[in-house]
Design a binder for this molecule. Sequence first.
Ligand code: SF4
Ligand code: SF4
Length: 133
Amino acid sequence: MGQFLPFTKQALKNLFSKPATTQYPFVERVYPERTRGHVDIKNDDCILCGMCMRSCPPGAIKVDRAGKSWSINRFDCIQCGYCVEKCPKKCLSITAGYQEPGPEKFSYKVEVPYEPPKPAAKPANIAAATKEG
Ligand code: SF4
Ligand code: SF4
């Protein structure tokens, strides 16, 4: 008889508690906090330094300085978060929501408005000395 007691206790507990499962797809799944879903960029803050591209183990990120764009192949990304850690401008983040499967790999590309600073003009006396020398 005593062996049934733990079972009865669990059965009664389950009877009066909420189910552990959800009625997907009728109930939308809420991602847990800190889910490593996909990498997002605030492209207005990007300075096209390329640190994210160099730190990405599978080479999922491409930074094109000349073309002023940043792109990621989400199918190659392993959500390790190195790019987020390395970005000096803190413009990358990993947010909830996974890349949906598809028949072909494709890149997500954004334009980056960053204008690199123009090299400062040399003071006249240094410019003249460089010419003479
Ligand atoms: S999370 Fe990792 S794999 Fe994904 S883009 Fe960033 S560095 Fe690359
Ligand atoms: S996202 Fe960050 S690390 Fe990557 S190029 Fe832009 S500023 Fe540099």
